[in-house]
Write a protein that binds this ligand. Structure first.
Ligand SMILES: [Zn+2]
Length: 312
């Protein structure tokens, strides 16, 4: 049964500090097929990073003007937080895991567990996790109390070897984020490595997780940052993780304060956006507005995000 056909809306049997909201008016998941592959974008909610982290290499007045043009609040901007579940070749693959529940500064995120359950996806059915990188908003959902116990013992966690190596002794010298946030990020990555070390399946440059599901290291945002490419029956979709942000279409060269190598991150971004535009495949990214499914068009030196039409 595909995600699109699944209508299980059961919202009970949860031990979770947040109450299930069966009357939730905002849609929290969006299913689409990529050839034979089932794809489900699931929202973990919204986080609000500090506005000055959006662009660290431009005059703040330029950044503020852009925020104003985009109807974004001046001090902190809303960032969607999307994860993806993919089913292919008998495997159920969770790509990134949201923020988790330990961060009171981000009370609108951490909803992935509830929303997977609402979608009828049991954690015990997940055979693989793919991590684009190990920032807390991508691994936190795996650190929520009780989650590891509900996951399979033979779960495979695919993450690039460069990423696990980096977080053993991370370098924040090129980032521009509040120091307390850097501490939280360091701590979450360390805890993740401790708790999941026996289930890690590190890869070097590229790894086929399941039929048509390939994770490829890009570096840039973090040294081991990776994207996931889906291909089946002539259809293609890329989950870009943090290689592409909402601002990146108009300003692909703007450095983000969460990037550990901002110049390389910009090169990775431009290369990826050009490639997606050239082969006309779909894009989904962590922080693009939910459900984030779009195409990329070239627009002079920059790009445009062309949202997909929702198919109900
Ligand atoms: Zn992120």
């Amino acid at each position: 049964m595909s995600f699109a056909q699944k209508t299980n809306m059961s919202l009970n049997t949860i031990s979770h500090p947040r109450k299930p909201r069966p009357d939730e008016l905002v849609p929290s998941r969006y299913a689409l097929p990529v050839g034979e592959i089932d794809v489900l974008v699931v929202s973990d909610g919204v986080i609000t990073p500090p506005a000055d982290a959006m662009a660290t290499n431009v005059d703040p007045a330029v950044r503020e003007a852009w925020q104003n043009d985009m109807f974004l609040a001046p001090d902190a901007y809303d960032w969607a937080l999307n994860a993806v579940v993919v089913r292919s070749g008998g495997r159920t693959i969770l790509i990134d895991a949201g923020l988790g529940l330990e961060y009171p500064d981000f009370p609108r995120a951490g909803q992935l567990g509830l929303r997977l359950e609402a979608a009828g996806i049991d954690l015990a059915s997940v055979t693989d996790v793919v991590l684009t990188h190990m920032h807390f908003d991508h691994i936190g959902g795996l650190l929520v109390d009780g989650v590891r116990d509900r996951l399979r013992r033979d779960l495979r966690v695919h993450v690039s070897a460069a990423e696990t190596k980096f977080w053993a002794s991370p370098d924040f010298s090129r980032t521009a984020m509040p120091p307390d946030m850097a501490d939280l990020i360091r701590r979450a990555a360390k805890r993740f490595l401790n708790e999941y070390h026996s289930q890690l399946w590190p890869f070097e440059a590229e790894h086929e997780v399941a039929q048509g599901v390939v994770v490829t290291r890009t570096g840039g945002h973090t040294p081991g940052h990776s994207v996931v490419r889906l291909a089946s029956g002539g259809d293609r979709l890329t989950f870009a993780g943090d290689a592409v942000f909402p601002v990146s279409f108009e300003h692909p060269d703007w450095h983000n304060g969460f990037e550990h190598d901002p110049e390389e991150a910009a090169r990775v971004r431009v290369r990826l956006l050009r490639e997606l535009a050239a082969n006309r495949e779909s894009l989904v990214a962590t922080h693009l507005p939910f459900p984030s499914v779009c195409h990329v068009a070239v627009d002079g030196e920059a790009f445009r995000c062309v949202p997909a039409v929702w198919d109900y």
